[in-house]
Design a protein around this ligand. Structure first.
Ligand code: FES
Length: 342
């Protein structure tokens, strides 16, 4: 499998003053709504990886695209927004991500987005609008002001196009009316009680925004009876912290055998090293993006041995039961460790 490839920029759309959408020529690129692409971007003498969500989806959009907002002190976003031009070829790795909507899901879709968190939500929303199994979609979308609202026009247009299916509640924190300014717990509780199906098995919730925003949505959704497996969130905003460090390293080196794309690689990994970091040193071609347990690009299956995962923000209980691990935050605990990648 070719992991690194190039996309050619076909169009650049200025969404707001500090946010652009990049549309690529590559109409044959396969991906799912809600997933992301990881770009490899020059930064000084090195190259950095940054993931950006698709704003497009296969059925609605002929060409794939991602939306990028300027991040304060963000080398990657600054470079992309200032330097990328139509016709440029940019390097990336395969689409990935588990923030996806099951096409067979029935019932209602409840979407919560804040700021740039709208990007994967917009992609999922477009997919769900075309699903005959989804009766209604509610979008709660929070921004500082109308001017800073990404996809304001596009979403308003969809609201008019699908008046019986899509309902959008806009929030602008510069609004004088407090009820229009912020999403709060009372509003979410009342909404789940009065305006969603009584059978919560048929209510699917997706959230993307700052950590505190998603925490509020998650807690209120689950306490309103939404089953855990029906709640999905995408983490964009978390700072790296010491929680990435494991509590206890094992002494010594552990044999790690990697099965990938029909090839087998063997390496020794020290107890205080992640499997991914050692694989990079040994030039074993593992795929990765965030390197901090948030995106699932480095996911594989543990066939034998034991690892300690210092951070996991993407694998579900079901994934863990199946033996999935993230190599970027997994430290060897018991060998030999055998891993295979799909
Ligand atoms: S590279 Fe993102 S979870 Fe491992």
């Amino acid at each position: 499998m070719i992991e690194h490839f190039h996309l050619r920029i076909r169009e650049i759309i200025q969404e707001t003053s500090d946010c652009k959408t990049f549309i690529f020529e590559n109409s044959d690129l396969r991906y799912k709504a809600g997933q992301f692409l990881t770009f490899i971007i020059p930064s000084g003498i090195t190259r950095i990886r940054r993931a950006y969500s698709f704003c497009t989806e296969l059925r609605t959009d002929n060409f794939p695209g991602v939306t990028v907002k300027l991040v304060e002190n963000g080398a990657a976003s600054r470079y992309m927004l200032n330097s990328w031009q139509v016709g440029d070829e940019v390097e990336c790795i395969q689409p990935a991500g588990k923030f996806i909507f099951d096409e067979n899901a029935e019932g209602e879709l409840i979407l919560f987005a804040a700021g740039i968190g709208i990007v994967p939500i917009y992609s999922i929303l477009k997919q769900a609008l075309h699903s005959s199994k989804i009766q209604r979609i509610h979008l709660f979308y929070s921004n500082r002001s109308k001017e800073s609202t990404i996809f304001l026009q596009q979403l308003s247009q969809l609201e008019h196009q699908f008046p019986n299916k899509l309902l959008i509640k806009w929030f602008f924190s510069d609004s004088f009316r407090i009820l229009d300014a912020r999403i709060n717990s009372d509003l979410i509780d009342t909404f789940f009680k009065k305006q969603t199906l009584t059978n919560k098995e048929q209510v699917h919730v997706f959230a993307c925004g700052p950590e505190s925003f998603m925490y509020l949505v998650e807690v209120r959704s689950l306490s309103s009876g939404i089953p855990k497996q029906n709640y999905h969130q995408e983490v964009f905003y978390r700072e790296d912290s010491e929680s990435h460090t494991p509590h206890k390293f094992k002494d010594g080196n552990f044999e790690v055998i990697v099965h990938k794309d029909g090839k087998t690689y063997t390496m020794l990994v020290a107890g205080n090293q992640t499997i991914l970091s050692q694989a990079i040193k040994n030039e074993i071609p593992l795929t990765w993006s965030c390197a901090s347990g948030r995106c699932s690009t480095c996911m594989c299956k543990l066939d034998s041995g034991k690892v300690y995962m210092s951070r996991n923000e993407v694998l579900t209980d079901r994934d863990l039961l199946k033996g999935s691990i993230l190599t970027c935050t997994s430290y060897p605990q018991e060998g030999p460790i055998s891993l295979h990648f799909k």
